[in-house]
Design a protein around this ligand. Structure first.
Ligand code: GP9
Ligand code: MN
Length: 618
């Protein structure tokens, strides 16, 4: 008995680490999970992933092992709190590339600070409580295992944990082929393998990515990509070149989500100006955002490049050394002056670097504006848009002007400055604050259009307007359901709400009406190439006026194809008209394969800077 007691005292740190971290990681999995969750199915990969750390700890002396495990517990806890916060806003888990551009979170600290919950810090409770116990027992250890015994225990435990994990990894790779290599759906990996295995994989993938950047892509894969791009730049006819030589003004509106268009609250229109412009423009009412970890920067990356966002992290950081075949470059080659406008810090989302690589001649950031009124994160949309018209007037025609608004940014908490929209029962809720914020931004967009008209700009310009991403995050879905007079939203109903409005206003308003072709931010560039008669080579998206298909592919490999929706998070197919789940068939399987191929081609183009290579070959 005395000997057992001594063993317990000697290995108490390991027992505590195994117990506490297993509980933490399983609880974290439950909090991350939307829908079905099983502690039982997650237990074995989680247990195996923790055993790996314990195996490593056995290589240390007793006292060092106590410190090593305590430090690991602290790091794991910090990652859990960080992941939960990140998930509440981005519906994703942190990856190393995201951490690399994590500096961006500082600037949107109001978002982050509203997302961290006090209850999250309960995960750190054990770190405080067990500290004195470990100190007391640390010196209680009287014997050290021999080096040979430590090494053999290390290998036995490692082999045991890897064999348990191997089964979980194998099952996942059968269920979701390519997921473990392309990492397109990180939440699903956490759900099936647990938090620690996900971060082991993330570390491996990040190391692998940095190595693969320096290894050439195979000639076979390169030719596959070239063939796809050539087939994708199909001849177009409908509306070809009808606005050739006209100016282009493209406005990306912060957090403009589709459900507010033509909606009312307490009898008042939420976006009366946009509602008006959906009627005198071509309005795409079935248009989705396709952003990933890069948030707003992903939206501007896609609309200007027609390439998918980076598989993790933000392309604007990870690939800022690449050559791009971007829209500003295409317009520049057609004799346009190209300028970007955004009333926030020039370095945010690496814009002062990446815009040059896109081919913008000018970038007017915060320093180019008179910061005379702040709302939300910075310069108010009213002041930004008004000053921007004055700058646009000075541009040499023809020009491409790209504007990004800011005031309607999460958590929409500058409510005293958004004006007086009565939101009734939604007062003091996130949704109510959002309705006020977007109502304010809508008013400024109305002023902007009026000023363009007064200055005689509108009659010589095409205006494209679209939202960058959702406004109401998943953890406020009940508020959104209530606003839509529903008790709750199914996964499919929630997915169908991830639309943003997109409209194209023609100079003489000769083309107007609703176009319901399923589309996304990837399709803006090819659509404008057709209208302005620019060469549309090497683009991944489709021309919405000459669509080759009705597919919209998302970064996590979910996709829409006509009436079908594939939800990668749950690996389910749906008939969008009936909402019914449907079994996978050969046709759906090939659509899924096609989606994965396109995501892979886009990733290979970015990882290996292929446009630079292709450019040299042409
Ligand atoms: C900051 C603004 C916000 O410049 O674009 O970016 P977001 O937080 O929405 O990605
Ligand atoms: Mn945004």
């Amino acid at each position: 008995m005395k000997r057992v007691n001594l063993h317990i005292r000697t290995y108490l740190d390991i027992l505590l680490f195994l117990l506490l971290v297993t509980i933490k990681v399983l609880l974290y999995g439950k909090q991350m999970e939307s829908g079905y969750f099983s502690y039982f199915s997650l237990f074995s990969p989680v247990f195996a992933s923790i055993l790996i750390i314990i195996a490593i700890s056995l290589l240390f002396s007793n006292s060092r092992r106590v410190k090593f495990l305590y430090l690991c517990n602290i790091i794991i806890t910090l990652f859990i709190i960080g992941d939960l916060t990140y998930f509440r806003y981005f519906k994703d888990v942190i990856s190393i590339p995201v951490l690399i551009n994590g500096l961006q979170l500082g600037a949107v600290k109001s978002s982050v600070s509203t997302l961290i919950r006090l209850s999250d810090f309960l995960y750190a409770l054990d770190i405080i409580l067990i500290f004195p116990i470990l100190i007391k027992f640390k010196y209680a250890n009287r014997f050290e295992l021999s080096r040979t015994l430590k090494l053999s225990l290390f290998f036995i435990l490692l082999i045991f944990s890897f064999s348990i994990n191997a089964k979980s990894f194998y099952d996942l790779s059968k269920d979701q082929p390519r997921l473990l290599t392309t990492f397109y759906n990180r939440v699903y990996i956490v759900k099936r393998l647990g938090f620690l295995n996900y971060h082991y994989l993330d570390l491996y993938n990040s190391l692998n990515t940095s190595i693969s950047k320096n290894t050439p892509v195979s000639k076979k894969k390169e030719n596959e990509i070239k063939t796809f791009l050539q087939s994708n730049s199909q001849d177009t006819s409908n509306l070809k070149g009808i606005v050739k030589g006209k100016n282009l003004i493209m406005i990306q509106v912060e957090a403009l989500q589709g459900f507010v268009i033509n909606s009312k609250v307490e009898g008042s229109e939420i976006t009366p100006n946009l509602n008006k412009y959906t009627k005198n423009s071509i309005y795409f009412d079935n248009f989705y955002y396709q952003i990933s970890a890069g948030g707003t920067s992903d939206a501007e990356f896609m609309s200007n490049n027609s390439l998918y966002p980076a598989v993790s992290g933000a392309a604007c950081f990870m690939y800022c050394g690449n050559e791009f075949n971007a829209m500003p470059k295409s317009f520049g080659e057609a004799g346009y002056e190209t300028s970007a406008f955004h009333g926030f810090r020039e370095s945010f989302w690496n814009r002062n670097v990446i815009y040059k690589k896109y081919g913008f001649n000018n970038f007017y950031g915060e320093k180019s504006y008179n910061i005379d009124e702040n709302i939300g994160l910075g310069l108010s949309d009213k002041s930004f848009l008004s000053q921007s018209v004055d700058k646009i007037k000075e541009l040499n025609e023809p020009y491409y002007a790209f504007l990004i608004t800011l005031s309607s940014h999460f958590p929409f908490d500058d409510v005293n400055n958004y004006g007086d929209l009565n939101v009734g029962q939604y007062e003091n809720t996130l949704l109510g604050d959002y309705l006020k914020a977007i109502h304010y931004t809508d008013a400024q967009l109305g002023m902007f259009f009026d000023k363009l008209e007064k200055e005689g700009i509108l009659k010589d310009s095409v205006v494209v307007l679209y939202g960058d991403h959702y406004a109401i995050p998943k953890d406020h879905v009940t508020e959104l359901a209530k606003f839509l007079n529903k008790d709750s939203l199914s996964d499919l109903e929630y997915a169908k709400l991830q639309k943003v409005p997109m409209l194209i206003h023609f100079p003489d308003e000769s083309n107007k009406g609703v176009n319901s072709i399923p589309g996304g931010q990837m399709d803006i560039y090819p659509t404008l190439c057709n209208l302005f008669d620019l060469p549309s080579k090497d683009l991944m998206g489709k021309d919405l006026f000459n669509p080759k298909d009705e597919s919209v592919i998302f970064r996590d490999s979910s996709f829409i194809d006509g009436k079908y929706y594939y939800m990668s998070q749950t690996n389910n197919y749906f008939d969008m008209s009936t909402g019914q789940k449907i079994d996978e068939n050969e046709d759906l399987k090939s659509k899924k394969e096609n989606a994965l191929n396109q995501l892979e081609y886009s990733d290979e183009i970015l990882k290996h800077n292929l446009f630079k290579k292709f450019g040299k070959e042409n």
